[in-house]
Design a protein around this ligand. Sequence first.
Ligand SMILES: C[S@@+](CC[C@H](N)C(=O)[O-])C[C@H]1O[C@@H](n2cnc3c(N)ncnc32)[C@H](O)[C@@H]1O
Length: 232
Amino acid sequence: MTNLKMFSGRPPAWSLSRPKSTLQHLYDLAGAPLRMIALPDHVNERLHLTSLRAERLSVVLPLMKGRVLDIGAGDNMLVNLYREACIGTANEIGSMDSKGLDVVDWGGECVIVENCRQLPFDDESFDTICLVACLNHIPERIEALAESHRILKKGGRLIVTMIGRLIGEVGHAIWWYSEDKHRDVADGEMMGMDPTMVTDLIRGAGFSTVRKSSFVYGLNHLFVAEKSSDTV
Ligand SMILES: C[S@@+](CC[C@H](N)C(=O)[O-])C[C@H]1O[C@@H](n2cnc3c(N)ncnc32)[C@H](O)[C@@H]1O
């Protein structure tokens, strides 16, 4: 069922550079139907349109610190870009020991697990945990967040991105190229999740502060939460 060529390799450097130029903003806006609906990421990037993947990566990368676990990592591009960005910085050692994890081997040297009910890592062993565009795809999402809380160090950071439920349901019906078309879809997967649901799940797992912001014209959401230093 899996197709190892599903993820489209490295996004071009210009697509990750922020802030975008005014010209790129205007071009992305004019090309919104192509980059948001009709074409896969790598084709948009060839047309110099910012792909949705590059939009996600560029909001998450600057927030990562220390040793990172990226859950639902796909081809492990986030961790690979993070490692490169950290060369010569205070995060270099942590970045080298950072990991991607997935239930499907998409070919990026991720840790492969059956599900996220129990993650194969020690308590308080990561500084950052990312769940980028995947919490909806994880049926065991309550356990995945509880495990994230367990393996995060005190003061560690949880980063989640998620599209809304309606846009996700419409989108997944149209996105002929999305990764869920190349693997078995599990019972309990959702095609998007509303922000209140995501915030409630994150808080329910024990995280203290949850800051929410939006990107891609308000259609995608970023959640940044902390594991309190007071956690017993
Ligand atoms: C939409 S892709 C996102 C990939 C990557 N994070 C990105 O932003 O490009 C969703 C990912 O979630 C993974 N996934 C699906 N079910 C999962 C589960 N139960 N636990 C962990 N990852 C899962 C899929 O294999 C896929 O790589």
